[in-house]
Design a binder for this molecule. Structure first.
Ligand code: ATP
Length: 473
């Protein structure tokens, strides 16, 4: 891993037009990020690759795109209003607030959860219990403030992560509405609509990509933790008896997806949750984690949510959400397996994993070895002699022709060495150069990004050659 890798990624993203600070000319709005020309291509390619793998290549999945604004009762039924909160404590030295996970390692949290903290806690909600455990931990473990190293914290308190806003003209309780903190609920509440319109058999799933909003206590690490982000979520409905097996299948399937798109196996791991760590609705959960420069961190969580969500919504909406099994004539609430990943976190992991510095002769070559399906630009056409009009014309003609089926750019704004470096830095898999000889022999040079190997290809065969090398999605 190169030194200061995160700084290098952030700087490359800005310099080359992948990701900019949000509201930059106003001094920036902290922890907001805007995807620029290459960033949006990379992000769209990640989403396309996900959709292809989880919808198009399967026979049991349906796509969806639900509204961000949902009935406030959805968030009451789901438990978000009462308990979608972080437990935070304020450092008395620097007055910064921290989440429990920032003050204690997961091992310590697990140990604290197991401790008998005295009194009768049986009537406590999981949030109440977490507060008591956190306060106990602050007293006994005396963690150091990550900012100022003081060891004195205020009593822990809960902090709800949902963004509130008001709908319509009035600003009273009745107009209160939330920005969704996850896309999942849009799929649970459409379960009946899918049954009635598509008549699927179990198991089947819904897939959705969309924005989610959380008023995070401590956003940071570039796009890793932000208050506005995009999720790629699946809700997979199964017979309760099949849930354990399907959970394993999805964990393996999702793990392979990252590997197939080029993430190195040693930088990816599965982390099953301990019993104490599980959310109140989950029976089991495994995180897929990536070895970011700031440590192993969650890319995606895959959980067995049991029939919790359908049960809650059936109760709150007064609708029968049971599945009728034609074969056995049974009615029951299916269990749900939920693979829930972040688009922005995946994009960041793909960028980090692709970043390479290589010594080529005396120079350092920076190259993004992105999987060809993810690369923002697939081909760059570069004329070797800008002054010769025939070369420029031929290069532009070839560009226009390739553009019809391959994402291609034309660039003649520098000498060839510099043009190659630019394309390497944004991960373009192939560069096509047109030289004087091309005018005679009707051949061009194709240079491959990673090996830098060059091959002469006849212009007639160029599109077919490139199409074969690239998987267009
Ligand atoms: P964390 O523990 O890191 O806060 P989480 O367990 O709360 O994440 P989930 O509720 O499981 O996250 O959300 C599913 C996925 O959504 C996460 O795996 C992550 O990829 C993405 N995600 C969640 N919160 C954020 C955020 N604040 N910024 C960017 N992506 C996020």
């Amino acid at each position: 891993m190169p030194e200061n890798l995160m700084e290098k990624i952030v700087s490359l993203c800005k310099r080359r037009g992948f990701i900019f600070q949000g509201s930059d000319i106003y001094g920036g709005l902290a922890n907001t990020w805007d995807y620029g020309p290459f960033g949006v291509e990379l992000k769209n390619n990640v989403k396309r690759a996900w959709w292809k793998a989880v919808v198009y290549e399967r026979n049991d999945m349906f796509g969806m795109d639900a509204a961000i604004l949902m009935h406030p009762k959805v968030w009451e039924a789901s438990g978000h209003v009462s308990s979608f909160a972080d437990i935070v404590a304020e450092c008395k030295g620097c007055h910064k607030r921290f989440r429990i996970e920032e003050l204690f390692s997961q091992e310590v949290i697990n140990q604290l959860n197991k401790k008998d903290i005295g009194g009768d806690t049986s009537a406590f909600t999981s949030l109440d219990k977490a507060i008591v455990v956190f306060n106990y931990g602050l007293r006994t473990e005396r963690p150091k403030c990550p900012e100022c190293k003081a060891q004195d914290f205020s009593q822990a308190a809960e902090f709800n992560l949902m963004f509130n806003t008001n709908q319509g003209l009035t600003k009273d309780d009745k107009s209160l509405i939330y920005l969704r903190p996850e896309t999942a609920q849009g799929m649970f509440v459409n379960f009946l609509n899918i049954l009635d319109s598509r008549h699927p058999k179990l198991p089947f799933g819904l897939a959705q990509i969309g924005k989610a909003f959380r008023n995070e206590v401590t956003p940071g690490n570039f796009t890793f933790r932000t208050r506005e982000f995009e999720q790629m979520e699946i809700e997979y409905f199964v017979k309760p008896d099949d849930a354990d097996k399907k959970l394993e299948d999805w964990i393996n399937e999702r793990f392979s997806w990252y590997i197939n798109l080029g993430i190195s196996a040693e930088n990816l791991r599965k982390r099953p949750h301990g019993k104490d760590e599980l959310a109140h609705y989950a029976k089991a959960c495994t995180d897929i984690e990536y070895n970011f420069p700031f440590g192993w961190s969650e890319l995606e969580g895959i959980a067995n949510r049991t029939d919790f969500d359908l049960k809650q919504h059936a109760k709150a909406s007064n609708k029968d959400l049971q599945f009728f099994d034609d074969a056995t004539k049974e009615r029951f609430l299916p269990y749900i397996i939920e693979p829930s990943g972040g688009v922005d976190r995946s994009v960041l992991a793909f960028l980090v994993d692709a970043y390479h510095e290589e010594q080529v002769r005396e120079e350092t070559r920076v190259v993004l070895k992105l999987h060809k399906d993810l690369a923002p630009i697939k081909v760059a056409v570069l004329p070797l002699l800008k002054k010769k009009t025939e070369i420029v014309e031929l290069a532009k003609k070839i560009t226009q022709d390739l553009k019809k089926s391959i994402v291609t750019v034309y660039d003649d704004t520098a000498a060839i060495g510099k043009l190659y470096r630019r394309q390497d830095e944004v991960g373009t898999p192939f560069c096509v150069t047109i030289d004087v000889q091309s005018l005679d022999d009707k051949q061009v040079t194709v240079r491959e990004r990673d090996s830098m190997a060059q091959e002469r290809i006849s212009i007639d065969r160029l599109k077919e050659y490139l199409n074969n090398k690239l998987t267009n999605i």
